[in-house]
Design a protein around this ligand. Structure first.
Ligand SMILES: [Zn+2]
Length: 248
């Protein structure tokens, strides 16, 4: 499978990147995981306006979903449309949240999206075997394990350290893991990971490589985050960038 990063800025768009959005592709099927602000732009640049065959939203914080509201226009009002409903796997409140974000009261986006409410478990999406589980974040949030052809990609979603994250990442070939916080400062609990915590999770889970994401450019230090993660995890690691692609 192939991972293409469309956006990786943590919490709000950065000067160099939209917010979280990752396109994962196998057998000509493209799953878009998270659809944060700005990533509809890079979707067109790196994949195509109609590239996604399905969408998975890990949680309903605005930095992970808002361009799914913008995308309603793309599907509903396309000159060659409207397009058929696109499958969206998301926490249960997603239909109402996206309708509200779209901005028309008492309107629905269910002509554009076919929603499936996430709950912990394993299920297929296209050619992928997908396992999701609740991770540690203030709202209902899922970490994701994607398997295809004997290869495994784990995506942390947004989370603080937790056992579910370690289970999802167990022996993954690639671990796309958030590292929002800087080590050594007084961070709020049960919200996000530091670079060191991302590295510790990668080491405990025995992953093949660590791809750090969701850094907050304005508040953080990439060099500091990388150094902290490297101190805890001896395998290959890097900070992802928009447009970067990885064969997994
Ligand atoms: Zn979040």
């Amino acid at each position: 499978m192939r991972l293409t990063v469309l956006g990786c800025a943590g919490s709000f768009p950065g000067p160099e990147s939209p917010c979280s959005a990752y396109l994962i592709e196998a057998e000509d099927f493209r799953l878009l995981v998270d659809f944060g602000p700005g990533s509809l732009s890079t979707l067109q640049r790196y994949a195509g306006l109609h590239a996604p065959d399905a969408i998975l939203l890990t949680h309903l914080h605005c930095d992970h979903i808002l361009d799914a509201a913008s995308y309603v226009v793309v599907r509903r009002y396309a000159p060659d449309g409207p397009y058929p409903p696109l499958p969206v796997y998301a926490p249960a409140g997603a239909p109402e949240r996206l309708a509200t974000a779209y901005g028309q009261e008492d309107s629905s986006v269910e002509d554009v999206y076919q929603f499936y409410a996430l709950q912990p478990g394993t299920f297929p999406i296209g050619p992928f075997t997908v396992t999701v589980d609740r991770v540690l974040h203030p709202v209902e949030t899922y970490g994701v394990r994607l398997e295809h052809g004997g290869r495994v990609l784990c995506y942390s979603g947004d989370t603080a350290p937790c056992e579910a994250l370690l289970r999802l990442a167990q022996n993954a070939d690639a671990f796309l893991c958030e590292a929002s916080y800087l080590d050594g400062v007084d961070n709020p609990p049960d919200l996000h990971l530091t670079g060191r915590e991302a590295g510790e999770a990668a080491a405990k889970a025995g992953v093949g490589r660590l791809l750090l994401t969701h850094l907050v450019a304005a508040w953080g230090s990439e060099a500091h985050t990388v150094a902290s993660a490297s101190a805890a995890y001896a395998g290959p690691l890097e900070v992802v960038r928009p447009g970067a692609s990885y064969d997994i």
